[in-house]
Design a protein around this ligand. Structure first.
Ligand code: BG6
Length: 499
């Protein structure tokens, strides 16, 4: 018997992501057979009303499963009975008693010899994470028994810096053991992010060259063409570093740079991720000034809830170094921005140029596209959209003497596999229900990530760095970011994927 309780049932995350993901899993017959979804929120309503609301939002937000109206209605009628609603206030201890009774009723109705799983999902505002854990603990709902596993899923942001993350860890740990805590980073549920591990550790041709001897630099980009819109009040306190770097970009970085875990299990994977995060060189103030760049899109200060003189960055670029044998001296560039020309999340592995070229000298009549200058090979992992991989390499231009050109090998998921890419919440919800924490962040991982970000954020906030460069949305981001990377002798690899 599986009971998933969603705190923040009337919120956006629940209707846009969680319920559509659960519905898709149901359609694919991947949900456990005996399962209930219990919504908990302050708005007073019945289970039936909530089911009706969710029918509409799920119809809107599901991809493939909702294609055909009549088909959707049939499937929804089968799915809806597992949805229950419990009115309650997370700050009010008394509200947890009806929840407790509902859980007991649902469990008692089931075969008592079967084991139960209770999964509490905190889809509430971050200031309530600690309160929710305390209330669950006080109501006795955090306790496990031999027949009942209890888990808690905590959304991002996990703290706003190292101090607050530690404090939150302490609070949650007072009631839940670390093995019960699932800190979500939805990027880890993306198929293409997981494919980084497969590419590296299920093939022999990449791993031998995946190090400082062959790799010149790594670029990880997560650009979005959207603006902050109605999330402005949250964004104003977060900014790009807390919103994208501390979690998503650093998580991708760990997959790209960690050592090979011996097994695909939570401990082995998370141990390696922590090791690489702890090897990242922490920056002093002058280093932050040199090794980071920030921008803000024009119009951000006019978003509702933003200060008219705000210096919150909506674009950021950071150059990091990993001080270990594999990566010493290899710069890793992280970049993310809102209001960029296109949405793209990609990893670029730039290999060294060959040490010597014998193809110099016949440059005279060469067309511009044909170059005697060797370019280092490039491996491009397109994580989203247009999910795929490209390898670029030098090739001979036919019938043109020894003229060379950079050519590409392309792999696209959609050409090779049928079906839609599932939403990352499908994978992550299923893993949490089944007790697999491999794709969730551990306490030491989250803290190590804040340790890297905090010194950068504090220099960005202390007023000694130039303010963020203003840029026009949709036009390539701040120009200064190109000059910034140029001073390290490098350039951004920019590509708007063709979807
Ligand atoms: C969220 C950030 O965690 O990730 C958002 O808070 C961002 O600002 C989003 O837009 C990006 O997620 P995805 O899956 O659309 O790349």
């Amino acid at each position: 018997m599986y009971n998933l309780v969603i705190f923040g049932a009337s919120g956006d995350l629940t209707s846009r992501k969680l319920i559509p993901a659960l519905f898709n899993l149901f359609v694919k017959k991947r949900l456990p057979q005996r399962m209930n979804i219990i919504g908990f929120a302050r708005t007073a309503m019945t289970s039936g009303t909530w089911q009706n609301q969710l029918a509409e939002t799920t119809r809107k937000y599901t991809g493939n499963a909702g294609q055909n109206e009549a088909h959707f209605d049939t499937l929804w009628r089968e799915f809806a009975p597992m949805i229950h609603y419990c009115t309650g206030d997370i700050t009010d201890a008394a509200s947890f008693q009806p929840l407790r009774r509902l859980l007991e009723e649902l469990e008692n109705g089931a075969d008592a010899s079967l084991s139960a799983v209770r999964l509490f999902y905190l889809a509430v505002a971050p200031e309530f994470y600690g309160t929710a854990a305390e209330q669950l603990g006080a109501a006795g709902l955090a306790e496990e028994t031999p027949n009942r596993a209890v888990r808690i899923v905590i959304e991002k942001p996990f703290g706003t810096d190292l101090t607050t993350a530690r404090k939150l860890n302490e609070t949650v740990h007072r009631h839940f053991g670390e093995s019960q805590i699932y800190r979500i980073d939805h990027y880890l549920g993306k198929e293409t992010v997981n494919n980084i591990l497969v590419l590296r550790f299920a093939n022999t041709i990449f791993e031998p060259i995946w190090n400082r001897n062959y790799i010149d630099n790594i670029q990880i980009t997560a650009n979005e063409n959207t603006l902050v819109g109605r999330r402005a009040p949250y964004y104003e306190t977060a900014g790009i570093l807390r919103d994208m770097f501390q979690n998503h970009l650093l998580q991708i970085l760990t997959f790209v740079t960690m050592e090979a875990p011996s097994r695909f299990d939570a401990k082995s994977i998370r141990d390696e991720k922590v090791k690489v995060l702890q090897s990242i060189r922490l920056m002093q103030e002058t280093e932050v000034m040199q090794n980071s760049f920030r921008g803000q899109y024009n119009g951000y200060r006019q978003e509702p809830g933003v200060k008219p003189d705000s210096i919150t960055a909506t674009f950021g670029a950071v150059r990091l170094f990993i001080d270990n044998w594999r990566w010493k001296h290899v710069p890793v560039y992280l970049r993310s921005g809102k209001g960029m020309p296109c949405r793209t999340t990609q990893v670029v592995i730039n290999f060294h140029c060959p040490p010597h070229s014998m193809f110099q000298g016949n440059t005279e009549q060469m067309p511009a596209a044909h170059t005697p200058l060797l370019q280092g090979n490039r491996l491009l992992l397109q994580l989203q959209p247009a999910e795929g991989i490209q390898i670029s390499f030098m090739s001979k231009v036919p019938d043109a003497d020894m003229h060379l050109r950079s050519s590409e090998l392309l792999f696209n998921f959609k050409d090779q596999f049928r079906g839609e890419m599932p939403d990352s919440y499908e994978r992550l919800l299923l893993d949490a229900l089944h007790g697999d924490a491999s794709l969730y962040a551990r306490n030491d991982e989250v803290e190590a990530a804040w340790q890297i970000i905090d010194p950068i954020q504090s220099v960005w906030d202390n007023g000694r760095m130039p303010p963020p460069e203003l840029y026009n949305a949709d036009q390539g981001g701040p120009d200064g970011a190109y000059d910034w990377i140029k001073k390290f002798g490098q350039s951004w690899f920019d590509l708007c994927p063709v979807v």
